[in-house]
Structures are given as C-alpha cells and as structure tokens.
Design a protein around this ligand. Structure first.
Ligand code: TYM
Length: 329
C-alpha cells in the first residue's frame, strides 16, 4: 500500500496537526510501500509569507516530523519544490478539474476572506496542487485530519475524471481520518478548529511550546457550564479535552469519562495538562538536537527528493503519454 501525505512548513505546528496527522504518519511508515511525506513549501506561498523564513520553516517542520518518530530510512521525507513533477502535474490535471468544484472549496472561501490585499490565483489552485502531490505517486492511502476531507474528495474526482477521459493511468486515493482527534479544537474557542492562523495564541498548543506554556493554556481552556466530564454536543470544550487526553494516553474517550466521573473540571484539566506536557516533551527534546544540524536536514530532504522523483517521473511520463503531450513514448 502506498501512503502519501503533505504538511505545510508553517514552523509552528500545533497539537491538532500532531494528533490529527503526524501521529498517523509515524504509524504509517512501516505499512507504506513506501510511505511518502512531503513538506509542501509551494502551498505555503499562496498566502503572504516571508521568503527569508520559508526555507528555515521547512527545516523546522522536517525536524518536528523526525523528532515525532519519522525515520527517513524507513519512509521518504522530502520538500515539495525539489520534485518539479508536482507543478507540471498540477497544470496537466487542471484540464480535468471542474472550475465549479474549486469554487465550492470551503478552505478557499475561508482563507480568501482573511486576505487583506491579494487573493492569489495560487490560493484558488491550491487543491489542484494537492491532488497532484497525491496522484504523482499513485498513492492508495492519504492520512489527514478532518479539515482536508473536501480536498481529498476533489483529488479522487480529478483522478476519476482523468481515468475516464484518458484511460486507467492514475490511482484513485482513499484517505484515513482518525476516529478520535480528527479535529482538535481551539482551547479558547472550542467551536473553531485549532489553527496556525488563529486570531489569538491563547487557545493553541504548539508542539514546541515550553511545558509552562502548555500547562497554562490547557488549564485555562474554556470549559462549559456544568461540572460533568463527558462528551456532548453542547459541551465542545470538555469534549475536546476528553479527546486530547484519550489520544495522548492511548486510551478511549469512554475510559477517560469513567475515570474523571464526578471529579470536576479543575482536576480533569490538571490531568490533561500533565499528560500533554509529557507527550510532547520528548519530541521537543529531540527537535532541539535535530534542528541544530541544518546541513544534515538539508541532505535528508535532498535524498528524499531523489527517491520521490524516481516514482513521480514515471507517473508523469504515463500521464503525458496518455494525454498526447510531448513526443510519443
Ligand atoms: P496543514 O499543514 O494545514 O496540516 C497538516 C495536517 O494536520 C491536520 N490538521 C488537524 N488535525 C486535527 N485537528 C486540527 N485542528 C488540525 N489542523 C490541521 C490536517 O488535516 C493535515 O492533515 N493542504 C494540507 C497539506 C497538503 C496535503 C497534500 C495533505 C498538501 N498536499 C497532499 C495531504 C496530501 C495542509 O494544509 O495541511
């Protein structure tokens, strides 16, 4: 089974990214044949960004992934822009992507509404580049968090439309979204997902935050009226914390509810804070050591790109041939 996933190099990855996605990447690396993980710098340039920081953000994200347990000898880890097949395939796929489908993308609507100056065409094309990332490897399985569902459905539609029009060239990818933790919510506003672009940092726990910060943010998380530790639609704050604790402990939400039955929010939040600190501490420690050696990170990404390119180049040759682009194969 070929596994592929991508993550944006926005240096400050948070607990939502970790629980919703990075955890699945690590689990996938021994199931994947191969498992391919990509730091998507070309997606990051679709909104305003600092060119000076983009490269260093790529290293930050790569170091977080390795610190979390990805082993570049057991998976392929690379930087998107190093494999130019992604951009070429984006254009080729654009001719089987429905304009109306791109208009319906909720992430585009949300992100474009936040732009002050320019809503770039790149932001609009973002889902096509994402489809290209996946389809360039004929990935069977794509681990993601819940917010990527619509993008994955689009990638499947694009592959299907391509195959109908040009023959069975591409693999229609499945995707996996974790049962618990697919949508970690902002601790201050538990009706919004935890996000890098949150208006305030207070509800976001970042993977590299020092223990004191994590403790403070979790302990001041917004809970709901009442005092019962149980999941319910009208208790989004408590539900979120129950999910977080069950994932970081490797237990079920039911077990967490049973354990904290009748104990009140204070005790519960203290336990969540402690567990999250413990969960992230080893990642942060390993990160510090890895991030110091930028030359090694760069070499790891280049080696990964070389291996990725071998696969993508073959798929691109098939795509070009099927589409009648370039000389006959
Ligand atoms: P990105 O970098 O925003 O997020 C990386 C992964 O983290 C998941 N995630 C969450 N999971 C649970 N709770 C949250 N609050 C939360 N926030 C984010 C995301 O679902 C994602 O899996 N467009 C993608 C990157 C991408 C990609 C791809 C993914 C580019 N090409 C190809 C899969 C396949 C993105 O912006 O992820």
């Amino acid at each position: 089974m070929r596994i592929f996933s991508g993550i944006q190099p926005t240096g400050q990855k948070h607990l939502g990214n970790y629980i919703g996605a990075i955890r699945q990447y690590v689990e996938g690396q021994d199931k994947g044949d191969p498992a391919i993980y990509c730091v998507v710098d070309l997606h990051a340039i679709t909104v305003p960004y600092d060119p000076q920081r983009l490269r260093s953000n790529v290293y930050d994200t790569a170091a977080i992934l390795i610190a979390a347990g990805l082993d570049p000898s057991r998976c392929i880890l690379f930087r998107q822009s190093d494999v130019r097949e992604h951009t070429e395939l984006t254009w080729l796929l654009s001719s089987v992507t429905a304009h109306g489908d791109l208009n319906r993308m909720t992430q585009f609507k949300d992100k474009s509404a936040k732009q002050r100056e320019l809503v770039s065409a790149g932001l609009y094309f973002y889902p096509v580049l994402m489809a290209a990332d996946i389809l360039a490897y004929r990935a069977d399985m794509v681990p993601v968090g819940d917010d990527q569902r619509q993008h994955l459905e689009l990638a499947r539609d694009v592959a299907e439309r391509f195959n109908e029009r040009f023959g069975e060239v591409l693999t229609v990818p499945d995707f996996t979204i974790p049962e618990v933790g697919a949508r970690i919510m902002d601790l201050q506003d538990p009706t919004s997902k935890m996000s890098t672009t949150a208006a305030s940092d207070a509800g976001v726990v970042r993977v590299l935050d020092p223990p004191r910060t994590i403790e403070k943010r979790v302990k001041s998380a917004v809970t709901d009226s009442g005092a019962e530790v149980r999941r319910a639609p009208d208790k989004p704050g408590v539900t979120n914390l129950i999910e977080i604790l069950s994932v970081v402990r490797g237990s079920t939400p039911e077990e967490v509810e049973a354990e904290f039955d009748g104990q009140g929010y204070g005790t519960f939040k203290g336990a969540v804070a402690e567990a999250v600190v413990e969960y992230l501490a080893p990642v942060r420690e390993r990160y510090e050591a890895l991030r110091g050696d930028e030359a090694k990170l760069e070499q790891t990404l280049l080696d990964g790109a070389e291996r990725a390119r071998t696969i993508a180049a073959e798929v691109l040759a098939d795509v070009r041939d099927a589409m009648g682009v370039g000389p006959a194969a």
